[in-house]
Design a protein around this ligand. Sequence first.
Ligand code: HEC
Length: 127
Amino acid sequence: MPTLLMLLLTACGDHKDSRFADSNTKPQPAPDSWGKQQFVGNCLQCHALNKDRTGPMLAGVWGRWNNDTAKVVAFIKNSQQVIAQDGPKSYSGQLFEKWYKTTMPAFGGLSDSDIKQILNYANAGVE
Ligand code: HEC
C-alpha cells in the first residue's frame, strides 16, 4: 500500500509540470447570467418563469407592478412589510390573499442590483 501511495503522489506531482501550465486557460463555456444564477439559488424552489408553482410565475412581473422597481425590490427584501404598509386592497395585499396567504421569505441579504438582475432575467421569461 505505501508503494501505491507513493506512486499516486508522484503522479499528482507531474501535473505541476510546466507542460500542463495552460490547462486552466482553455476557453470555458460562457457562464449563465448573474441574475439567472441568483434566481436558481434563491427563488427557483418556489417560482418558475412561465408557470405558477408555490409562488406566481415571474415572466412579465415588471408590468404587473407598473414598473415600480423600488416597490418590487422592497417586496423581495420583505414582502410582509410592503403588504402591511400598502394594505389589503393594494396589489401586494390582493396577491397575498390570492396565494392563500403563503408568506414569501424575506431576502434582506440581496442587494438592489442583485434583485433587479434576477427580475430582469425572470421578467423576460426565457429559461
Ligand atoms: C418559499 C417560497 C418562495 C421563495 C423561495 C420565493 N418566493 Fe416569491 N413569492 C412566493 C409566494 C407564495 C408569493 C405570493 C404571495 C405573496 O405575495 O406573498 C410570491 C410572490 C413573488 C412576487 C410577486 C409576483 C407577482 O406576480 O406580482 C415576486 C416578484 C417574487 N415573489 C419574487 C421572488 C424572488 C425574486 C425570489 C428569490 C429571491 C423569490 N420570490 C423567492 C413564494 C416564494
